[in-house]
Write a protein that binds this ligand. Structure first.
Ligand code: FE
Ligand code: FE
Ligand code: ZN
Length: 276
């Protein structure tokens, strides 16, 4: 069975997300660790974490994905903004240690005219600061569409980060199908070639999770606008065959399509049926 789910609202806590996931046929899910705008976060409710861990294990839940606020920029030219990313990501990692089986996904950041090399230096510095040898959580770099000056638009840009992180055994990649398609990787006509390249450049052993999205745009547009499965430029056939691949189907797969809960439930059911 696929480990398949969707993005959920974290506003009512972990146990509530676990129950919502189960109610829509999901055995994984993703959530934002805090409000992406104000960065506010509630005091950690240990009882809720424990109740979730127990509930999730009892329902055969798979690994889940915590997503850092996408408004953070670990490679900003402004030291205050870099410091904020440092503070928030480090606090997120502390809190996530109370949850069993969670990955922490983040967008590497935008270098904004500083160039990829300086941006990469800042991201590496941040990761070397916040990743601790004793942590259980694996930190994931998300593959990006290359909108503006986003770092992570190619597999090589992610590799350049991984190579310089000391505790790189705690570091992996989350592949977003909309982002890599918008980034120019043709998973419609040449998924074999794309995944060969991923393996050669990054290594399949670094791939921990998948964001499954169709794209409102075309191959290589560097836009990053998600679309419902089957309504976009990638299409349902290519997405189903992508998640049926042996190296993908064993990973947690999370939908981030523009949907409400009922829509997610339908997409999950449709994809499960198509992959059986
Ligand atoms: Fe993301
Ligand atoms: Fe994503
Ligand atoms: Zn996106």
């Amino acid at each position: 069975m696929l480990t398949l789910g969707c993005h959920l609202s974290a506003s009512n806590g972990y146990l509530s997300m676990g129950k919502e996931a189960v109610s829509i046929g999901a055995n994984t899910f993703q959530f934002f660790t805090r409000n992406p705008r104000g960065f506010k976060v509630k005091a950690l409710d240990i009882a809720d974490c424990e109740a979730f861990n127990e509930y999730w294990a009892a329902h055969d839940g798979g690994k889940i994905v915590a997503h850092a606020p996408y408004t953070l920029n670990a490679c900003s030219a402004d030291p205050k903004i870099r410091e904020l990313a440092h503070m928030i990501m480090s606090d997120d990692l502390d809190r996530l240690e109370h949850i069993g089986g969670v990955y922490y996904n983040f967008h590497p950041g935008s270098h904004v005219k500083q160039g990829v090399e300086i941006g990469t230096d800042y991201i590496v510095q941040l990761l070397n600061d916040i990743i601790k040898p004793e942590q259980n959580t694996i930190v994931l770099l998300e593959t990006m569409a290359g909108k503006g000056s986003e770092i992570g638009r190619t597999f090589e840009e992610l590799r350049a980060i991984i190579d310089r992180v000391e505790l790189s055994e705690k570091l992996g990649v989350c592949l977003d199908t909309c982002h890599i398609f918008d980034g120019g990787y043709d998973i419609v006509n040449d998924a074999d070639g794309v995944m060969e390249q991923f393996d050669k450049v990054i290594g399949l052993d670094r791939l921990y999770a998948v964001h499954l999205n169709d794209s409102k745009n075309t191959l290589g547009c560097h836009k990053d606008r998600h679309e419902l499965i089957g309504k976009g430029g990638i299409g349902v056939q290519a997405l189903v065959s992508f998640i049926s691949r042996s190296e993908i189907k064993k990973l947690p797969i999370v939908l981030e399509t523009p949907n409400d809960i009922a829509g997610y439930k339908e997409e999950i059911a449709m994809l499960r049926a198509a992959c059986e």
